[in-house]
Design a protein around this ligand. Sequence first.
Ligand code: RIB
Ligand code: CA
Length: 308
Amino acid sequence: MKRVLIDCDPGLDDAVALLAAFGARTLDVCAITTVAGNVKGPQTEINARIIRDVAGVDTRVPVCAGAPRPLLRDPVTAEDFHGSTGLGDLPFPAPKQPLSDMHAVNMIIETCRAAEAEPLILIITGPMTNVALALTMAPEIADGIAEIVLMGGADSEGGNITPFSEFNVFADPHAAAAVFGCGLPIRCLSLDVTHTVRATPARVDLIRAVATPQATVAADLLHASCKLEFSANGSRDAPLHDPSTVIAVARPDLFEGRRAYVDVVTEPGEQFGRTIPRFEAAGPVLWYEQADSDGVFDVLARLLGEFK
Ligand code: RIB
Ligand code: CA
């Protein structure tokens, strides 16, 4: 059993990632922390609580709201890809269970401090503001983190929010620089790999055929993501960004990459928020470049079927 804490900005693909993590019998989700990103902060925590309800998980897995804005830059959101609600404007009921009264940064600090004997895996699928703050406030929590698995950045693929920058890094490049430079082992799912893992209609049907309530919701979320991706940039098959982090935790063998040091451009200009991997064997970041995309969707379907 792998203990994971997921820091996210739900978001359609974050929501699918959460469902996969909650379904996985080999993962123990100890907390969900949310951050402003795809939509404004208060909406991301509502969305995380909605998905916790869909998963049938109670408040033993707390949802904690975090940073309402980036460290330094002006806030940006991505409603074009996630709808005004962040969950594709799908008709979900309001969350039934409460938000934790602990701030996300304090939850990350307290949970990682308590994990020193059995370090946890920190999954980040949104702007890295909460984790950067936690590592700055309490650097010793690194002893409770086995690795960070994050979705963010782009190199050979180019950006999705500017020609150079991927959204999670662009939304808070200073936080991303702090995390990429923290020295902990990181596995990075940038656009270079997530753009090779696409939710085609056949793959969405594969998920829907699992037929658990959670798989049905995941298929609806993926379908909404594909519709918004098409209206936003003409691509029919949405990349499986955030769920790929959970699949990489469950099945690292499905991904390949090279080790690197990763720099982030934080100077104003056209390359603001660009990630620049310097591929060296001693690099702390495993920069994924290939994935078995059929295998990823087969595992996603299996995880969503484990709710049975
Ligand atoms: O660039 C894709 C990333 O930005 C995903 O995490 C998506 O949810 C948005 O946060
Ligand atoms: Ca996200």
